[in-house]
Design a binder for this molecule. Structure first.
Ligand code: ATP
Ligand code: MG
Length: 483
């Protein structure tokens, strides 16, 4: 049995909880801490999220105003009257107060009709037993744990269950399916069999949830320590096919003439786990999740060399826009970043397999720019072979690539490279309007620098410009000596 006393003391001694206690006492309104803060404190878990949830038997706004007056009169309260909730943000802590309620649902929406209720009604409408434990902030039983659905027991047994019928709970609000998977992945808990069956049965109902809420949960799953657990569960429930069908297409192993390729779905999940050990960057984790997405469309069998996936990174990076759009994800620099990292994801591997020329390294640094380190992290995470020798060999090759990058970058400063001669300058020298010629000349200078044929500086670039321009039949306005 968990010794709850000490843990609860720690929770109720927190400053904000103390302010809420004093506020509810001064307006004589019964109030309890609920939700994640109670669950996590009972598990001795450091809270990742900084929200504190309270339930009050009375007006949520009266309590919110009292809290505001005690902390800082200038704080803003956001109220959702329909759901009886009030939010205050203070020092990056999100205080959420909800008026105890009963809920009833109809089948077309996940937003319930609500009416006031007592504490038990309120705990009963919550998603999981481990989230339906309350701690009293009232003098009559201050610090007492109220746990009508045996949430404590489920915390001990590391299992996720619903307070009432799983079927009804999930059908009422299918977001709970994704929340359940997220909690399972975050806390490393099993999902109770009957709940899992209800998840499978109701998976189609996620279609009534807004894409933003779905992505919010996918992101939270991606940010857990071992995201593969969450994604395997999503797959078991049938949600990968519904949410990211192109990821589902990575599943399976094909065999021709006794030659197989790896299962790219499980490989991808392993890559996501690997990258998660070295970075918390959500978009790099997305890049890992989508790095092989182009494989099914580029798969060929060649009698001489077996399975090939030529150009899969190019095809994959082109598919990412549609995936983001369908999920209503931001179509901004984050999308561009994921596309870029996926697009370049095979380049360092090619370098690691061949004799590395400085020119190839310079091109990689130029193309990857600021993303070079993230790209290398992804490439290292991409090594999933079980063969220890091969693994060491690959890792060592990347070490060599890294060293080369360091040497070349220190010497040639390619990362934020701007060609020493601009398009405008080219136009003025040859008296040109913006045209194809200008682009060709610019590209020639860039290529010559990246290939190490000329120095990355003005004089050499200018000489080349005159030479190439003359070859193209262009006449410079001035001669070299005058410049
Ligand atoms: P965390 O804040 O760590 O993500 P949490 O359990 O506090 O986890 P919140 O989203 O903050 O999650 O919600 C607070 C509480 O409100 C939950 O613990 C749960 O009791 C209840 N809750 C939230 N969303 C739902 C839902 N869709 N259906 C039923 N109850 C919910
Ligand atoms: Mg919370």
């Amino acid at each position: 049995m968990i010794n709850t006393n000490k843990k609860i003391q720690k929770l109720i001694k927190q400053n904000i909880v103390d302010v809420v206690y004093k506020s509810s006492t001064s307006i004589s309104q019964e109030t309890y801490v609920v939700g994640g803060a109670v669950r996590d404190c009972l598990m001795d878990r450091n809270r990742k999220s900084s929200d504190l949830d309270f339930v009050t038997l009375g007006c949520e706004m009266t309590l919110a105003n009292e809290i505001k007056n005690k902390i800082n009169k200038n704080l803003k309260i956001s109220r959702f009257k329909k759901f009886g909730t009030a939010h205050i943000n203070f020092n990056e802590i999100n205080i959420e107060i909800v008026k105890a309620r009963k809920e009833s649902y109809n089948s077309s929406s996940r937003n319930p009709d609500v009416e006031p209720g007592n504490l038990l009604d309120d705990l009963k409408r919550r998603d999981f037993t481990i989230n339906a434990i309350a701690v009293s902030l009232n003098d009559k039983n201050f610090g007492e744990l109220i746990d009508p659905f045996d949430g404590l027991n489920d915390l001990e047994n590391k299992v996720i269950k619903t307070p009432t019928s799983p079927e009804i709970t999930l059908s009422d609000d299918p977001l709970r399916i994704l929340r359940g998977v997220r909690f399972s992945s975050e806390l490393n808990f099993e999902i109770d069999d009957s709940l899992l069956n209800a998840m499978i049965k109701n998976c189609d109902r996620v279609k009534i949830i807004s894409k933003e809420r779905i992505v919010d949960e996918i992101n939270k799953i991606l940010l857990t320590d071992k995201p593969s657990n969450g994604f395997k569960l999503l797959d078991k429930i049938g949600l990968i096919q519904i949410l990211i069908p192109s990821l589902n297409k990575l599943k399976g192993i094909e065999e021709i003439e006794g030659i197989t390729h790896k299962d790219n779905f499980y490989h991808t999940l392993q890559v996501v786990d690997n990258i998660s050990r070295v970075t918390n960057k959500i978009w790099l984790r997305w890049a890992a999740l989508l790095h092989d997405i182009g494989k099914p469309n580029s798969k060929r069998f060649d009698k001489k060399i077996g399975w090939t996936f030529h150009g899969h990174e190019y095809i994959g990076s082109k598919m990412i826009f549609e995936i983001f759009k369908k999920l209503k994800m931001p179509l901004n620099s984050s999308l561009k970043y994921v596309q870029k990292v996926v697009m370049l994801s095979s380049r360092p591997i090619i370098l690691s397999e061949n004799i590395v020329t400085d020119s190839a390294i310079r091109r990689l640094i130029y193309d990857a720019g600021e993303e070079i380190e993230d790209l290398l992290m992804l490439c290292e995470a991409d090594i999933t072979t079980k063969n220890k020798k091969r693994r060491e060999k690959y890792l060592n090759n990347f070490k060599i690539v890294r060293q080369k990058i360091k040497i070349v970058e220190e010497r040639d400063k390619i990362r934020n490279f701007q060609p020493p001669i601009s398009g405008k300058f080219i136009m003025s020298i040859f008296n040109l309007k913006p045209s194809r010629e200008v682009g060709i000349l610019k590209e020639k200078i860039k290529d010559a620098i990246l290939d190490g044929k000329i120095e990355n500086e003005y004089k050499s670039a200018f000489e080349l410009l005159l030479k190439e321009g003359t070859k193209m039949g262009l006449k410079p306005k001035i001669n070299e000596e005058k410049v």
